[in-house]
Design a protein around this ligand. Sequence first.
Ligand code: UD1
Ligand code: UDP
Length: 367
Amino acid sequence: MSKIKIICAVGTRPEAIKMAPVILALKQQPWADVRVLATAQHRGLLDQVLTFFGIEPDIDLNIMRPNQALTTLTARLLLELDEVLLAEKPDVLLAQGDTTTVMTAALACFYHHIPFGHVEAGLRTWDMQNPFPEEANRVIAGRLARWHFAPTEGSRQNLLREGAPDSDIIVTGNTVIDALLMTADRELELGIELDPAKRLVLITSHRRENFGAPFRNICRAVQTLAERNPDVQFLYPVHPNPNVKDVAYEILDASSNIHLCEPLDYAPFVAAMKRSYLIISDSGGVQEEAPALGKPVLVLRDETERPEAVEQGVVKLVGPNYERIVHEAQRLLDDESAYLEMARGISPYGDGHGAERIVEVLREHFA
Ligand code: UD1
Ligand code: UDP
């Protein structure tokens, strides 16, 4: 039997983290000819992850430009993907999540009649503006997908509500947990000097809908928390998007118990999550990883497409809202029983076998 040609497309940091277990599992399959396509919508952040997992792209579109706008990013991606699909003619293309890379990959596959497998399918807030533009990206990708690899039963229900055929939806768990388990077992070095006697609050933020005043509120809240809690240290690996980085360094740099740093490589970031007392973040991936590590997360958003951990009480939405961030973080720092209620290790998003299930679906289909 001739091999099945599978393109695995990755553009940004979280896509690479969540696709790495799938790529590595597919590469073990004698029937699969795996081609890794890096759009490099992210450059540095993507390379960090691919290097960590020992994955070398077969095709690299080197798309990223400084402070790229959504329309030009989309247009350039579509043109480049078109050429790749014409040249490569894969039997299937897989992509993960809700970035512009994923949406354009699904659309380019549709134009070329190439089956598209959507990893992390069916996440919805049902609000097109939140998160922006990700809700639209995943709705489009979902509408065009041949296979929906849904992380949870809730995401499966979302897809059914949109009319996706039941037979095309497979609940696999989120491959972020596969990546986390592959990593958390390794010897982890944070590589940053922290005071071992002090508790750590870890912060990340990058959402486009928070740019401007909401992101300034977030930074001011962190600043206030740092001033009120000199016995706590705050670590914030700053996302390189200039809309984030410039403001974070402007508002937060002066304070002595706030450590601002470049984005951490994946293993040091996992070490930072494990070392942390509390996490404040608007990241999708972090909302999935932190509960599995037993770390409470305050989410800097008013809604989430990942309701499972919120329903179980280990993740709380505080919005990009100054008062709520300060109040909820302070409560968790001061009230041990409130903290312990949120610091329960649960893993509603996966069991570490998501990639195996995805591979099995493809193997059976092409057998
Ligand atoms: C993108 C995704 C978002 C995802 C996030 C994960 C879109 C529209 N957005 O947001 O869904 O949650 O990645 O982090 O798909 N930059 C660098 N180096 C890098 C990466 C980014 O300098 O390695 C800077 C560049 O100036 C770039 C800018 O950040 O133009 C924005 O990158 P982009 O991918 O468009 O948006 P993100 O905010 O990173
Ligand atoms: N992450 C990382 N280094 C950092 C911050 C985050 O490796 O400095 C990882 C984190 O563990 C998670 C992923 O990046 O798996 C989340 O990416 P991001 O927040 O950029 O995107 P989102 O998940 O919101 O799409």
